[in-house]
Design a protein around this ligand. Structure first.
Ligand code: TYD
Length: 207
């Protein structure tokens, strides 16, 4: 069944583990599944990712950052995601526009209107069928991953920044009431996975 499911969360919430587990689960049930990620997922978008995350790029403005994330997103959408959806795949994408709303809109303080309009222009409002937000405060996420990666421009932006990002995520439940699902990311891998399945089942997305 063709569907776009995106996954969101602060650093270290365990998104990739859950995405891998879900892909295995869906494939065992005969579904064509594509796992991909943002920023990146295609050669051009991966090049943009390197610019965005390079710890040496300290002079990058918030506006440049938001536009580069949107540029990587539209390239990845047109080159990878939409063709996969057209052939009937279930696409599991690690991050999407909700990351930009949280990180650039709230974290960098650009505001959600700015980020929404930049992305609406780039994406022509193409939105996922469901977004799973793994809810874990940044303090706990960084503790799980044993601190920020020293070379990563976003991870090293400071705890106050990541606290704003977290608040920006929580605010999105009200912005996207039909598709933005909050999943408690406290618990064992299996417990969290059961919560993910329950949410996707509610949306009719797992068969
Ligand atoms: P990612 O590789 O998913 O990091 P992680 O493995 O920690 O989840 O994403 C790279 C970083 O880019 C991450 O710090 C979040 C940030 N980001 C934004 O700030 N805006 C965006 O639109 C996206 C997609 C990611």
């Amino acid at each position: 069944m063709s569907a776009l499911i995106t996954f969101e969360g602060c650093e270290g919430v365990g998104k990739s583990t859950q995405i891998q587990k879900l892909a295995t689960w869906l494939r065992e049930r005969g579904q064509d599944v594509l796992i991909t990620r943002e920023p990146g997922g295609s050669a051009i978008a991966e090049s943009i990712r390197r610019i965005l995350l390079d710890g040496k790029n300290t002079a990058m403005t918030a506006e440049c950052e938001a536009l580069l994330y949107a540029a990587a997103r539209v390239q990845h959408l047109k080159e990878i995601v939409q063709p996969a959806l057209e052939r009937g795949a279930t696409v599991l994408c690690d991050r999407y526009v909700h990351s930009s709303l949280a990180y650039q809109g709230y974290g960098r303080g650009l505001g959600t209107e700015y980020v929404r309009s930049v992305n609406a222009y780039a994406l022509e409002n193409f939105m996922p069928d469901c977004t799973v937000f793994f809810d874990l405060p940044p303090e706990l996420g960084f503790a799980r991953k044993k601190g920020a990666d020293a070379d990563d421009r976003m991870e090293t932006a400071g705890l106050a920044f990541h606290d704003r990002v977290y608040a920006g995520y929580l605010a999105q439940k009200a912005m996207f009431p039909d598709t933005f699902e909050v999943v408690d990311a406290n618990g064992t891998i299996d417990e969290i996975f059961e919560r993910v399945l329950a949410v996707l089942d509610k949306h009719g997305l797992i068969g």
